[in-house]
Write a new protein. Structure first.
Length: 87
């Protein structure tokens, strides 16, 4: 896919799993597992996607399955995201 003469990969952020995590893939290659939009940005950065040229939340090269960039069910004390503790 091209935009402004540059070629971009086709990225899929998959439907959330039971724990709220979402696989991020490029074709058959798993780029990483995201628990939040910030994770998607970091996964794409590590995959050398030119983030200056795209808007992650609205880009045509990113397909959001099972919900958009604001849909992260299961966010809680899981996945290293600490929740409130009783003192």
């Amino acid at each position: 896919m091209e935009a402004d003469g540059r070629e971009f990969p086709r990225i899929v952020v998959h439907t959330p799993g039971l724990d709220g995590s979402r696989r991020v893939t490029e074709g058959d290659r798993v780029l990483g597992i995201a628990y939040h939009l910030d994770d998607v940005v970091e996964i794409l950065r590590q995959a050398d996607v030119d983030l200056d040229a795209i808007e992650v939340e609205e880009s045509d090269i990113i397909e959001w399955q099972g919900g958009g960039p604001d849909d992260w069910p299961g966010l809680s004390e899981h996945h290293g995201h600490p929740g409130p503790t009783d003192g």
